[in-house]
Structure formats: C-alpha cells, structure tokens
Design a protein around this ligand. Structure first.
Ligand code: AHM
Ligand code: MG
Length: 336
C-alpha cells in the first residue's frame, strides 16, 4: 500500500483497508475520523500545556475568565464531543468517567478510551498518550447500549490503537490485519503512514518495569529482573532498563526495538495497576498483531472476561522470547 512516492494518509489507508470488507458500512472509518479529529485537538492542547500553566493553575480561572481544566479532563471532553458529533458510537467507557457514557442508541460501536495516559508525565513535558479500543455492540441497535455490550473480552475488539504525543505525534492502530503507524505532519495537518506493518523483534534487550516496587513483586518477577542484570554475552545481557512511566511511550519503544514491559501485581496492589478495558486490552491486541505476547503472568490478556468497567489486571507485554523466559521464572515453585 505504501509507495516511496506516495503519501498515504490515515483516512486513505483506512478506506483502502475497509474496502476489503464488502459489508462494511463505513461506521468504523467514521469512528476513526472522530478519534483522529479529537487527537489533533488534544495534540494542540498538550503542546501548549506549559503556556496554559503560565496563565493560571489547574482548577483556577484564567485571564479569559475560563476555568482552567486538567489536560486529561479536557482530552476526555474532546473525545466524547467528537464521538457524540460523529454519531457512530453508542457508548464510551473512559478512564475519566465512572459509569458508561451513553451516546447514540442507533449506533453500533462502543469505544473504550484512556484519553490521556501517563498523567504523572503531563506536568514535566515527557511523552504521554491516548489509548483506545473499539467493539461492536451485542444488543440490537435502537436501544441504549448495555453493560454486557461494554464488558466484552479483548478478543472481540474490532480496532485498537494508541496515540503518542512525543518528539513527534504518532497514531498506531490495528484492525486485526497487522499494526501500522502514522506520524502527524503538522504542515499538512494529517497523519501519514510512516511505519507500515510494525513487527516487534522476537528478542530484545530492554526491560521496562517500575523497579521501585521490586520488594513487593512476586518471586518469579524478582528472579527474572535479577536475570536481566546478569552479565552474559551470548544472551546479550545485561539488558537495559528503560521506564518512562507512560505506558504508551514504554510500549512504543519496546515494540520498535524489542523488549518487555511488565506491570505485575504487588503486595499493596494485588490486581496490578493498569486497567483491562482501555489500557491492557488494546495494547495486548496491538502486541499480538505485531508478533509479540501479552499475558497477565499466566493467562492471555485478551481472553479475560471483564467483570467491571475499571477492572485492573497485571500485565506483561513484549518480545516472544523475552516473555517466554519470564514465564519460565514465573512457573518455578516459590522458595518460601
Ligand atoms: P494513569 O492512567 O493514571 O496515567 O496511570 C497509568 C500509567 C501508565 O501509563 C504507566 O505505565 C503506569 O501508570 C506507571 O505507573 P507507576 O508510576 O506506578 O510506575
Ligand atoms: Mg491511564
């Protein structure tokens, strides 16, 4: 689809991809259009966040007399406004909303979204992201979407992706036909195909984990992390530790370079920290589509039946050989 001389925009690419499905009604393409629009607005807001802070602190009133909102709240409003206006989404599950946000009852798609992930990085100008996942409702159109429509396992996703607001802004997505990355060209105001068919290397030498929690990790994770640090030239060890604390940025780097991302359960957070519906499921599908593995330590993340909108789950995402080695450590019997 990509030729050296032709710039392929995200909309063109999606249109060509959807043409392969003669029954496609265009609803999914329109959802992408809505997400893309909100993404550009959020990108603009993220880029001027420093200026906004000069004009007034979060929660106070700025010089225009407007309430200054936190960026993650603003991002949530942008995505919901865009999906509402587009009319193809019947419900949104968002990290910023306690319950289901019901939209058009005549629409068939559900969107789960973390509008601005990596919140601890917002104030320090480090990379942050948006993560999204799209499902088809199970109940018939014409009535409000139900909780059952929303609580579908990750295997039922019809599209998933993330946006990284980093040194460049990129949108990376899958509809189950591989993973493709698009970079926002500010000059033309559109996302252009820059990373076709992303595949994670089967091996890597980067491990990403919040090692500050080491003392609270299960023994198998502790042993694997110790293994990552051992000097062993044939296996390229020691590995490098890289952890931004922004899932999208850590995931993106590891997917391009090869690596393993872990957010295990800890003694104080026995279910882990990250959320199944709008953080782990979309990233897991992207990881599998890129040729990697996504598990909660023992189960495939995508097969977990969700029971709550904001359910947390331990997560491991990464290069096949690295995750397989970790699994061997996790399967060893505990010594105490
Ligand atoms: P957030 O949704 O409040 O931003 O939290 C999610 C973020 C992820 O992006 C990141 O992987 C993780 O939290 C980092 O957590 P920690 O600071 O505990 O390492
Ligand atoms: Mg988040």
């Amino acid at each position: 689809m990509k030729s050296k001389n032709r710039v392929v925009t995200l909309s063109q690419f999606i249109a060509e991809e959807q043409e392969k499905f003669p029954t496609a009604s265009g609803g999914l393409s329109r959802i992408f259009r809505d997400i893309k629009l909100a993404t550009k607005i959020v990108n603009r807001d993220v880029n001027k966040a420093g200026l906004v802070e000069i004009l007034g602190n979060y929660g106070t009133t700025n010089v225009q007399g407007e309430q200054v909102k936190k960026l993650d709240v603003m991002a949530n409003e942008e995505f919901i406004a865009s999906l509402t206006a587009g009319g193809d989404c019947c419900a949104v599950i968002s990290e910023e909303e306690e319950g289901i946000r019901l939209l058009n009852p005549n629409a068939k798609y559900i969107v789960a979204i973390d509008p601005l992930d990596g919140s601890s990085n917002i104030d320090v100008n480090a990379a942050i992201g948006t993560i999204f996942s799209i499902y088809r409702r199970k109940s018939p159109v014409g009535s409000p979407a139900t909780m059952e429509d929303c609580l579908q396992p990750g295997t039922e996703q019809v599209a998933a992706g993330y946006v990284i607001y980093g040194s460049a802004t990129m949108l990376v997505y899958t509809t189950g036909q591989g993973v493709n990355g698009f970079t926002l060209d500010i000059g033309i105001g559109d996302f252009c195909l820059s990373h076709p068919n992303i595949q994670i290397p089967a091996d890597g030498k980067i491990y990403s984990v919040n090692e500050g929690n080491f003392a609270q990790f299960p023994e198998g994770y502790k042993n694997y992390i110790k293994y990552c640090k051992v000097i062993d030239t044939p296996t390229n060890r020691p590995y490098s530790a890289r952890y931004i604390g922004s899932m999208v940025a850590d995931f993106h780097r590891n997917m391009i370079k090869g690596g393993i991302f872990m957010y295990p359960e800890t003694s104080s957070a026995p279910k882990g920290k990250l959320r199944l519906m709008y953080e782990c499921n979309p990233m897991s599908w992207l990881m599998e589509q890129a040729g990697g593995i996504a598990i909660d330590g023992s189960r495939r993340i995508l097969e977990i039946q969700p029971t709550e909108l904001h359910q947390r789950v331990p997560v491991v995402l990464g290069s096949t050989n690295m995750v397989n080695t970790l699994t061997e450590f996790l399967q060893q019997p505990a010594t105490h």
